[in-house]
Design a protein around this ligand. Structure first.
Ligand code: SF4
Length: 385
């Protein structure tokens, strides 16, 4: 694996694959926490970080993100063990340090103080909807009131940089209902929101229901209307869209995710996590026992790694960069790949501009509003390999 250049931004992602309930739409790498070797997993995780960072000793960590699963499904003592262990391995100063949380875990006053104490400065809370009936239908175990309470508890203890997720096109949802969720979200006075359309993923309860004809979802047209509504409402409240699914007040864009969208580098630690260092992408073993095993003999739990060719890097730069409202920066592209975008895509770029799907600004190529609705079709045009 080539060593990451220290001049580039490098993020650090840590995966906690445990949940205390399983939502009907979710196909993330996670398991039900009960009966799992959670403490062994945390020991192994810290060992993996130590072994890996020893190979990349001069890499400055720009952002830290603990996701899942549900990191806050860990007990307060387990969170303290993980975060305390991290402080011994990484120089944690004032970089963005995000932890994903479920509302249920922020109600009893035990976990939020631990997160604060160890320097976590950003929370991403999975709210999904503020309608109790919809929440039940998608397998969430918190109520709307508890989600609001969770955000307020976090604010009270000093978290200001909070993001919540909302999903639309959920069963039982209509435009008016989604609008009520949006208005409630906006009333929380937080600086960041992510909103996604429901995707039916294989191996989920919803996917099985759909195959048996037992899942009623809002139509595709309604899906587009909900997305438009979200864009309009966030804009009307001074929360700027900066990525297809992400909206932030000025100064609160998610720095860790920007590392992904700018196709920069990141470590991935934990079961099933992937990382991208130098020109190499790697992925860890996903099943927990398979992840733990190599670490018992001080081996990194890497399932596979591959070299990303220059053409693949160019494609990825386009796919990821076009998700951003700032688009793909022309100078950044030339600096990284040594040639102009137009030289690489002499036909595709003019064609998409002519179709009204792409526009050129003085500094970048950017999806138009119409292009954003058909993003995947546009991305396909930029395939090189
Ligand atoms: S959505 Fe979050 S809480 Fe629900 S099962 Fe997936 S990872 Fe767990």
């Amino acid at each position: 694996m080539a060593e990451t250049k220290t001049t580039e931004k490098t993020g650090l992602y840590i995966h906690i694959p445990f949940c205390d309930h399983l939502c009907y739409y979710c196909n993330f790498n996670k398991v039900f926490i009960q009966g799992q070797p959670v403490d062994d997993y945390l020991d192994a995780l810290l060992k993996e970080i130590r072994l890996t960072l020893a190979k990349y000793p001069r890499t400055a960590i720009s952002t830290i993100y603990i996701g899942g699963g549900t990191p806050t499904a860990l007990s307060a003592a387990q969170l303290a063990k993980l975060l305390g262990g991290l402080h011994q391995l990484i120089d944690i100063t004032d970089q963005e340090f995000t932890v994903e949380a479920n509302p249920n875990d922020l109600l009893d006053g035990t976990k939020l103080p631990v997160l604060r104490e160890y320097g976590v400065n950003r929370l991403s809370i999975g709210v999904q909807s503020f309608n109790d009936t919809v929440l039940k239908k998608i397998g969430r175990t918190h109520s709307a009131a508890e989600a609001i309470q969770a955000v307020e508890n976090a604010q009270k203890i000093g978290f200001e940089n909070i993001s919540i997720d909302l999903i639309y096109r959920l069963p039982g949802q209509d435009l008016a209902d989604f609008n009520r969720s949006l208005q409630q979200a906006l009333a929380l006075n937080i600086p960041h929101y992510a909103t996604y359309s429901l995707i039916l993923e294989q191996k989920t309860v919803f996917y099985n229901l759909m195959r048996r004809g037992k899942l009623q979802l809002p139509s595709q047209d309604m899906d587009a209307d909900m997305y438009q509504l979200a864009m309009d409402q966030f804009a009307a409240h001074g929360v700027d869209q900066y990525e297809i699914s992400n909206f932030a007040k000025s100064g609160y864009q998610a720095e860790h995710n920007l590392i992904y969208w700018h196709n920069q580098h990141y470590f991935g630690f934990g079961a099933g996590a992937s990382g991208y260092l130098g020109d190499t992408r790697y992925q860890n073993f996903g099943p927990i026992q398979q992840y733990l095993k190599p670490l018992t003999s001080d081996q990194r739990p890497v399932l596979m790694s591959e070299t990303i060719t220059p053409d693949q890097q160019i494609e990825e730069q386009l796919f990821l960069g076009l998700r951003l409202n700032a688009g793909v920066n022309k100078a950044e592209f030339k600096n990284r790949f040594g040639k102009d975008l137009l030289v690489v895509y002499p036909q595709v770029i003019p064609k998409l501009i002519q179709q009204g799907l792409l526009k050129e600004t003085p500094t970048a190529y950017v999806l138009t509003d119409r292009g954003r609705f058909v993003g995947n079709d546009v991305f396909a045009d930029f395939m090189l390999v």
